[in-house]
Ligand binder design. Structure first.
Ligand code: CMP
Length: 139
């Protein structure tokens, strides 16, 4: 069993597709074991994406991620990190394979519908950024 951190970004929340995205997680064998809706502050977004702070897209990324509420969840399942990344598709929706979340719901590299942890270390860090152990309901 593995866990990963997933965020449904402001564009997808505004499009009212939280349920459609959750259905994809569930059909792929991923369980939602923690969840919270939140309008991220500037400090939240800067902290969460601190690894990208020197990248040219950082300011736009923080601006976008604070533009409206997001839905944050911990997904649990076999190979959860890779499985979630397969469901999401490529970061740039123009390169995302047909049938992936980003191909179906994203409009640009910033407004790309979802975030998912990219490895075991980042998953652990990202989960701890938003959730305490007592807020994760593993079954
Ligand atoms: P995400 O998986 O949330 O991680 C960082 C985000 O930065 C990424 O998705 C994109 O939405 C955004 N971003 C914007 N420009 C780029 C870029 N050139 N390369 C990677 N990520 C980018």
């Amino acid at each position: 069993m593995q866990r990963t951190l997933s965020i449904i970004k402001p564009d997808a929340v505004a499009k009212n597709v939280i349920g459609e995205i959750y259905t994809r997680f569930e059909r792929a064998g991923l369980k939602v074991v923690a969840a919270r809706m939140k309008h991220l502050s500037q400090a939240d977004a800067e902290g969460f994406y601190a690894v990208h702070k020197d990248r040219p897209f950082f300011a736009d990324l923080v601006k976008f991620m604070t533009s409206g509420p997001v839905m944050i969840q911990v997904l649990e399942g076999q190979d959860a990190i890779a499985r979630n990344r397969e469901l999401m598709g490529a970061t740039d929706p123009r390169q995302a394979a047909p049938g992936t979340i980003r191909a179906d719901f994203a409009t640009s590299i910033d407004a790309n519908a979802v975030h998912g942890s990219d490895g075991e270390d980042t998953a652990a860090q990202e989960i701890a950024f938003f959730f305490g152990d007592d807020e994760i309901y593993s079954r």
